[in-house]
Write a protein that binds this ligand. Structure first.
Ligand SMILES: NC(=O)c1ccc[n+]([C@@H]2O[C@H](COP(=O)([O-])OP(=O)(O)OC[C@H]3O[C@@H](n4cnc5c(N)ncnc54)[C@H](O)[C@@H]3O)[C@@H](O)[C@H]2O)c1
Length: 375
């Protein structure tokens, strides 16, 4: 089949393109090669050499979709705006409006597709699922965003809304969402648009909610995203990784190779049509523990720093339950240790490996994203 991959020059996109080519598909990429991910406007030569067709266009422009869609059988929509910065409208135009445009153009062209797969995110859950050990009759609790007054006092864990004791985090399934920031809202709008408009236009569509994706080719230049990128940049320059809050936030991490397998499964398996699936690492890891794993894998003699800063709008704990996609036969296969080692070896071979943490932190501080505790 001929597959259009938006954002195919990016991190997950380029790995997805590789896998599609290996399966013998024809691939077209719609990508505007935007900063901060791309420093130059040159599409990877090796992909062109392998027959990938590049459409230079912006997914926010209808005309770009009109140029990219003819003759394709399926779309994997990965182009997105991701850093948690306060230019709220950019998240909606890039992530949600682009998805509406995709179905609008398909309808206007009378074009049927075998499949659309959209990349959503664990971010749609906001705070993950929790339980209160003192009020078990409440069942799952999904806390609201944490209050600035608590964060500035270093009071990190969301309290039970009933008894105000700390909640205990639990695995988060797909059943409810609570997006807390512009990125998450736009991703929820994107997946809702895909599944609803897909059904209306008879275009079989699937939404995948990735957890934190890790692997080679993740841009060094985002301000916010990519814990492994951020820690590796520090450690490979002999500097200690910096953990926000108290470093005990829990997350799950998934290898880009496992995510690519999920993308292909969603493209091919008819049981996935109209569904949304978590794609996660099935192991919860604290941020401080993660920093120590990176230090150990790099063979460095460092201790993570916890300087008492936090990113306003961050989630305290979230880790995704993957039972649903396991029902289709998918499980994460790459262990975290391997992911970290693979990334460190790739990153240390890159000519543009610089530690951008000071500039990124300064930018987030100026924009009010990064804040300091009062104690
Ligand atoms: N990386 C993660 O940890 C993660 C986690 C959850 C969900 N996701 C989702 O997965 C998808 C891929 O993420 P990634 O990390 O590979 O991103 P990336 O930033 O590495 O790549 C995105 C690509 O999209 C292109 N792009 C961005 N805006 C565009 C626009 N307006 N028009 C055309 N092209 C544009 C960029 O040039 C880039 O090549 C995104 O939808 C993201 O929201 C990623």
């Amino acid at each position: 089949m001929r597959v259009l991959v938006t954002g195919g020059a990016g991190f997950i996109g380029s790995h997805t393109v590789d896998a599609l080519l290996s399966e013998g598909h024809e691939v077209r990429v719609l990508d505007a090669l935007l900063p901060p991910v791309h420093r130059t406007r040159s599409f990877p030569q090796d992909l062109l050499d392998r027959g990938v067709e590049w459409v230079d266009g912006d997914v926010r422009d209808k005309e770009a979709w009109e140029r990219a869609l003819p003759d394709v059988d399926a779309v994997v929509h990965l182009a997105a705006y991701q850093d948690y910065l306060p230019d709220f409208s950019t998240f909606f135009t890039t992530n949600a409006v682009s998805t509406a445009l995709l179905y609008e153009v398909l309808l206007e062209r009378g074009q049927r597709l075998d499949r659309v797969v959209v990349a959503s995110s664990q971010a749609v859950y906001g705070e993950g699922a929790y339980r209160c050990p003192h009020c078990p009759d409440q069942g799952v609790v999904r806390p609201r965003p944490r209050r600035e007054a608590d964060l500035v006092n270093g009071s990190w864990d969301p309290p039970c809304p009933r008894c105000l004791q700390p909640l205990v985090p639990d695995w988060t399934d797909e059943s409810a969402v609570s997006p807390h920031n512009a990125y998450a809202l736009s991703k929820h709008a994107q997946e809702t648009a895909a599944l609803t408009l897909g059904e209306r236009c008879a275009i079989p569509s699937v939404a995948l909610r990735y957890s934190i994706v890790q692997g080679s080719r993740q841009s060094f230049h985002n301000a916010y995203s990519g814990i492994l990128r951020i820690f590796a940049q520090r450690v490979l320059h002999g500097r200690a990784p910096v953990c926000y809050e108290d470093g005990h936030q829990l997350r799950d991490y998934v290898s880009v190779h496992d995510v690519v397998r999920a993308n292909l499964l969603a493209l091919h398996d008819d049981r996935a049509i109209g569904q949304v699936y978590n794609v996660g690492g099935a192991r919860q890891v604290g941020i401080l523990d993660y920093a120590r794993l990176v230090i150990k894998a790099a063979g460095a003699d460092l201790e993570p720093e916890v300087p008492g800063v936090y990113r306003f709008g961050d989630t305290r704990h979230v880790f995704s339950r993957t039972d649903r996609i396991a029902g289709l036969g998918w499980r994460p296969e790459v262990p975290l240790q391997d992911v970290i080692e693979e990334y460190l070896s790739w990153a240390s071979a890159q000519p543009d490996l610089t530690d951008i943490t000071p500039q990124a932190d300064a930018r987030m501080h100026t924009l009010g994203t990064l804040r300091r505790t009062g104690r």
